[in-house]
Design a protein. Structure first.
Length: 447
């Protein structure tokens, strides 16, 4: 497939899915890197691997009609995108948010396939969710919705088929409600969901895994570039599990974390948050309507709340976008470059726009895509699946050590495939390393 054929495939996807911008962005970014590998392999071309890999194996859509605690009927939409199962059961989170739609879930499932392949664990890629918004809802209403959602989803998942986890707005509470309904309906206690409570098959370190894994990957990047995390000024976006645990681990490694943010604005602390600040936010972020303003008000340190602003205007050495897709645009990238930022590692799924990524590359800022640096959560989910399969529960120290090893191995794979005379291209390395693993498995299993 020549360059013109690459363009033809992008056109093929764009014509069939003209309104799915996030999905088209994700596929286009990957195709740029993997096409030379595809072109050089006659077997890949014979099996039309790239086209098959871009298209989901199955998309499940369902309506969730449910009655809230006031006796009112509500109607939401639900999806499960089962993108690729060639390397194992579909694996990926469930997201409950008003912005959830098919294009977002297709891009997430596509990215998840590559991310899961990088971990080295036997997992395929999938993603799902609903446009239900749990914000401001009672626990009872959330339970009623989760039960109704699972009554539809349970037909399509299983420990050896599809193993969902949590994502935005789907935490331990929601996973518990979902799992309880699955167990009652199927009369089976099995590892069909990850992120469960410790009392019923959950795993230590799962809550912390994505944020901790991000910092473990950052450690490996720093080592490869002859530097260290200690003393580095870090801007972090987000105020959920990923951002807060990344902030905590970075602080424990000696970094100076100067920002956290949410959709309402940015909390900045020029001298750096103390570990006690971050711990307070971790313990209270699900109980406060805006945990960052609450932290600012209760702290005795010099913090500034910047309403409706992003964290990317601060002078920092490292940026860790951990909020949501396409949150960091070209203008933000230019601000970071101007302030002397040397590294950007994605803690969310595709938080940097395509133009932002191009700006980082042009300025020779080290850029690591989420499919590599964000893989800690699903890696720990894979370890939870392994524990469930043998009815065991490993201790936190063992799992933390395994998580660090997996992130170091992902860095090694990216380094092997992405190193050239000009340095390490982590985006290319991640895409190529994951593609080889998935493509070889697809060839081995035939059409």
């Amino acid at each position: 497939m020549s360059k013109s054929n690459t363009e033809a495939l992008n056109t093929f996807l764009a014509q069939r899915f003209p309104h799915e911008s996030e999905y088209l962005q994700a596929t286009s970014e990957v195709l740029t890197d993997i096409m030379p590998i595809y072109n050089a392999n006659a077997t890949y071309k014979h099996y039309d691997i790239v086209r098959r890999l871009c298209l989901p194996e199955r998309i499940i859509y369902f309506t969730v009609s449910w009655m809230n605690s006031h006796g009112e009927v509500e109607v939401n939409q639900g999806w499960r995108v089962q993108h690729n199962s060639v390397m194992g059961p579909y694996k990926g989170g469930l997201r409950f948010h008003p912005s959830v739609n098919l294009t977002i879930l297709k891009f997430l499932a596509f990215e998840q396939t590559f991310k899961n392949a990088l971990t080295g664990l036997p997992m395929g890629g999938g993603k799902g969710g609903s446009d239900f918004n749990p914000k401001g809802r009672s626990d009872h209403d959330i339970m009623l919705f989760c039960q109704s959602f699972m009554r539809e989803l349970q037909r399509h998942i299983g420990a050896q088929t599809d193993v969902p986890a949590g994502d935005i707005n789907v935490g331990a509470r929601e996973i518990g409600f979902l799992y309880g309904e699955y167990r009652r309906l199927n009369n089976r206690f099995e590892g069909v969901l990850t992120g469960k409570g410790l009392e019923f098959g959950g795993s230590y370190v799962r809550t912390e895994a994505t944020g901790f894994g991000l910092v473990y990957f950052l450690e490996a990047v720093c080592k490869a570039h002859n530097t260290d995390i200690e003393g580095q000024r870090i801007a972090i976006s987000g105020a959920g599990n990923v951002a807060l645990h990344a902030a905590l681990k970075a602080k424990q490694k000696g970094a100076i974390v100067v920002t956290l943010s949410n959709s309402k604005g940015t909390l900045a602390c020029t001298s750096g948050f103390h570990e006690s600040d971050i711990q307070w936010a971790i313990h209270n972020h699900t109980m406060e309507s805006n945990v960052l303003t609450a932290l600012c008000q209760q702290s005795e340190r010099n913090m500034q709340w910047h309403k409706a602003q992003t964290p990317w205007s601060e002078e920092v050495d490292i940026a860790l976008p951990c909020a949501t897709q396409n949150e960091l645009n070209h203008s933000d990238a230019e601000s970071l470059i101007h302030s002397g930022c040397k590294m950007v590692l994605e803690g969310a799924n595709m938080p940097c726009t395509e133009r932002a990524q191009q700006a980082f590359k042009k300025a020779k800022v080290v850029f690591v895509p989420g499919k590599a640096s964000n893989a800690g959560g699903v890696a720990l989910s894979g370890l939870e699946m392994a524990q469930n399969a043998v009815f065991s529960q490993d201790d936190a120290n063992t799992l933390d050590a395994q998580l660090k090893t997996i992130m170091q191995n992902i860095h090694y794979r990216c380094e092997q495939e992405g190193t050239s005379d000009t340095g390490i291209d982590y985006a290319k390395g991640a895409n190529v390393a994951a593609f080889r693993r998935v493509a070889d498995a697809m060839v081995a299993q035939g059409v």
